[in-house]
Write a protein that binds this ligand. Structure first.
Ligand SMILES: Cc1cc2nc3c(=O)[nH]c(=O)nc-3n(C[C@H](O)[C@H](O)[C@H](O)COP(=O)(O)OP(=O)(O)OC[C@H]3O[C@@H](n4cnc5c(N)ncnc54)[C@H](O)[C@@H]3O)c2cc1C
Length: 363
C-alpha cells in the first residue's frame, strides 16, 4: 500500500515517522524549500490545557520512541490584566521554537526520518490521490480540508509578533489579558533564552473587531513595557483559521493537524494535538489503531476549548481584573498545581453554565 503525506510540518512528519518505523511505504510532499521554511517564533505547550496528558514530550518518547527537545521548560507564568498581576510557580509546560531555527520542533522531527522529503512540491490533492492508495492531508490549513468535506471555521485570528533583544528569564512566560492590546484575545512573551524573546498579540478577526488597527494595538502593547528592548525580527499573520473538520477521514484521506482541527480555540495552541494526530494517523495506516477512536479525545478537547473561548470573549478589562484576583488566591493557583484536575473539561462546563445563565437573564 502506498501512502502520500501532503505537508512536512508537525503532523505530517509525525505520521511519516510512524510509517517509517513500522516499515510502511510512503512519500512526503512539502511545497516549501525545506522543513520549517517560515518565520521563527516561540510557541508554548501548556500542561494545564493538555490534561490528562501531563508531559507531551515524555509521552512521545516513552510511547512512540520519538525524542524531541523543548527550547526550555516553563516553571513560572506571569499573567497581567490592566490592574492585576499574578505569578504562578509550577511546572507550566514547555517553550518550543518553530520555523527556520536550526532546532525548531519540525526540524527535530525531520531528523528522525530517513526518507527524502519531496520539496517545492506543486502536487494537488487530486494528483496525489491518483497516484497513491492513501492520502494524509497535513498542510496546516483548513482550506484544504474544505475541498473534501465540511470544515467549520470558528475564528479567524490576526497575529503580530516580534523578536526582542533584552534581558529575560528563560523559564518564565508572560501573558496579558487586556482588550486595549488584544480585543477578545491575548498577548504573550515567550523567551528563547536570556537575551531574546518572542512577543505577540493575537485576537479574533471578527467583523466587529475589524475597526481595530493592528499596528495601533501593537504600539499600545509595546508602549506598556517597562523594560528596555530592541526589535530584531517581526511577523504578521492575518486570518489564521481555527476550525474543525466534520470527519477525520473521508474515503482514503486522513486529516491531521490543523486540517483535522488540532488548534484549540481558547488560546490557539495546536502543537501537541497536531503531533498526536499525525502519530494516530500513521498507526491507523499500519493497522495498529483506529484513527476515529483516538481522534475523539482531541475532538472533545476542541469543543471544550471553544466553550472557554466563548466565555473569554464576553470579558471586559474589569472582568479580567476580577479573574486575576481569583487566580491570586491559593485556591486559584491550585488550578495550575493540581495535576489531577481536568481543567479544560471543568472550565468548559462552568463557562457553558455561565453563558446559559446570562442568556436566560437577558431573555
Ligand atoms: C504565530 C503562531 C503562533 C502559534 N502559537 C502556538 C503556541 O504557542 N502553542 C501551540 O501549541 N500552537 C501554536 N500555534 C499553532 C501550531 O503552530 C499549529 O497548530 C501546528 O503547527 C499545526 O501543525 P500542522 O501539522 O497542522 O501544520 P504545520 O506544522 O503548519 O505544517 C504544515 C506544512 O504543510 C506545508 N504545506 C502547506 N501547503 C502545502 C501543499 N499544498 N503541499 C505540500 N505541503 C504544504 C507547509 O509548508 C507546512 O510545512 C501557533 C500558530 C501560529 C501561526
Amino acid at each position: 500500500m502506498r501512502t502520500a503525506i501532503m505537508g512536512a510540518g508537525l503532523s505530517g512528519l509525525c505520521c511519516a515517522y510512524i510509517l517509517e518505523k513500522q516499515g510502511y511505504h510512503y512519500d512526503i510532499y512539502e511545497n516549501r524549500r525545506c522543513v520549517g521554511d517560515r518565520f521563527v517564533n516561540g510557541e508554548i505547550i501548556m500542561e494545564i490545557l493538555d490534561r490528562p496528558i501531563q508531559d507531551i514530550f515524555s509521552l512521545l518518547s516513552m510511547e512512540h520512541g520519538l525524542y524531541l527537545k523543548a527550547t526550555n521548560v516553563i516553571n513560572k507564568i506571569i499573567i497581567k490584566s490592566p490592574k492585576e498581576t499574578v505569578d504562578v510557580q509550577a511546572f507550566i509546560g514547555y517553550i518550543t521554537t518553530r520555523g527556520r531555527h536550526e532546532h525548531s520542533l519540525e526540524k527535530q522531527i525531520s531528523t528522525n526520518i530517513k526518507k527524502r522529503i519531496i520539496f517545492n512540491s506543486d502536487k494537488s490533492i487530486d494528483d496525489l490521490l491518483y497516484n497513491y492508495d492513501k492520502l494524509v492531508l497535513a498542510t496546516g490549513d483548513g482550506s484544504y480540508s474544505e475541498k473534501l468535506q465540511k470544515y467549520t471555521t470558528h475564528l479567524p485570528v490576526n497575529l503580530k509578533g516580534a523578536t526582542l533583544k533584552g534581558e529575560f528569564q528563560p523559564n518564565t512566560v508572560c501573558a496579558w489579558l487586556n482588550n486595549t492590546f488584544a480585543p477578545q484575545g491575548y498577548a504573550y512573551l515567550i523567551p528563547f533564552n536570556a537575551q531574546e524573546a518572542n512577543v505577540v498579540i493575537a485576537y479574533p478577526n471578527y467583523e466587529h473587531n475589524k475597526k481595530y488597527n493592528i499596528d495601533k494595538l501593537w504600539d499600545n502593547f509595546l508602549n506598556s513595557f517597562n523594560f528596555k528592548f530592541r526589535i530584531t525580527d517581526g511577523f504578521q499573520v492575518t486570518n489564521y483559521q481555527i476550525g474543525i473538520a466534520e470527519k477525520c477521514r473521508v474515503d482514503n484521506v486522513l486529516f491531521t493537524g490543523n486540517c483535522f482541527g488540532s488548534i484549540m480555540p481558547f488560546l490557539g495552541f495546536g502543537q501537541g494535538s497536531a503531533m498526536l494526530s499525525g502519530i494516530y494517523a500513521g498507526l491507523d495506516i499500519c493497522g495498529k489503531t483506529k484513527y476515529e477512536k483516538e481522534i475523539k479525545k482531541l475532538r472533545n478537547s476542541y469543543y471544550d476549548s471553544l466553550a472557554l473561548r466563548h466565555a473569554m470573549e464576553k470579558m471586559n478589562n474589569d472582568d479580567y481584573d476580577k479573574l486575576l484576583r481569583i487566580l491570586k488566591t491559593s485556591l486559584g493557583k491550585k488550578v495550575f498545581t493540581n495535576k489531577k484536575l481536568n481543567f479544560l473539561k471543568y472550565a468548559a462546563k462552568a463557562s457553558k453554565l455561565l453563558l446559559d445563565q446570562n442568556k436566560t437573564a437577558q431573555f
